[in-house]
Ligand binder design. Structure first.
Ligand SMILES: Nc1ncnc2c1ncn2[C@@H]1O[C@H](COP(=O)(O)OP(=O)(O)OP(=O)(O)O)[C@@H](O)[C@H]1O
Length: 150
């Protein structure tokens, strides 16, 4: 993985949740402070009651998120369970989502050139994720065949 790696503990007392910044189908996202370094980060608190998948799927997703290394895909710094709720610690995106930007600053929609670069960057992210998934599946298949041949 590139760049300098920051390390974050899995101790909930090291995190101070500030205000809620977003709400999705399965989670609430907070702006938060990582107390040991005073870094501003985001904490996504997943609501198991609102999620259809089981804990193993969530664990796998968080594990995959922590392997991500691409400028256009947000990665998880770490994840752990707090009062039966999985928390995912990630970089805080101060400008918010494209939808938020549109609602606040571009009510008539983005310019075509902006749309095309957002789409281009999103497609790059998708290609990265697809390549990552494919190589993980290939690796698993390889291990499977090697085990079979033993
Ligand atoms: N790292 C972040 N930094 C800042 N804001 C964020 C971050 N992650 C999420 N948000 C905000 O929180 C909202 C909900 O997050 P997200 O979409 O990840 O939740 P979800 O429950 O998985 O949503 P979905 O409905 O897509 O399943 C986002 O739309 C965004 O506004």
């Amino acid at each position: 993985m590139g760049g300098t790696q920051k390390s974050y503990t899995t101790n909930p007392n090291d995190y101070k949740l500030l205000e809620e910044v977003g709400y999705g189908a399965s989670a609430t996202v907070y702006r938060a402070i990582y107390l040991p370094t005073n870094d501003v980060i985001a904490v996504k608190s997943l609501d198991l009651d609102r999620i259809n998948s089981n804990l193993d799927d969530i664990r796998r997703e968080a594990q995959t998120m922590s392997l991500i290394d691409h400028p256009n895909v947000i990665r998880a710094f770490c994840s752990f369970v707090v009062k039966q709720k999985p928390w995912v610690v990630m970089p805080f995106m101060a400008d918010g989502s494209c939808l938020h930007l549109m609602k606040t600053a571009y009510p008539d929609g983005f310019e075509e050139s902006a749309i095309s670069s957002i789409l281009k960057e999103t497609l790059k992210a998708l290609v990265y994720l697809l390549t990552m998934v494919t190589s993980t599946v290939m690796l698993r298949l390889e291990i499977y065949f090697l085990t079979l041949m033993e």
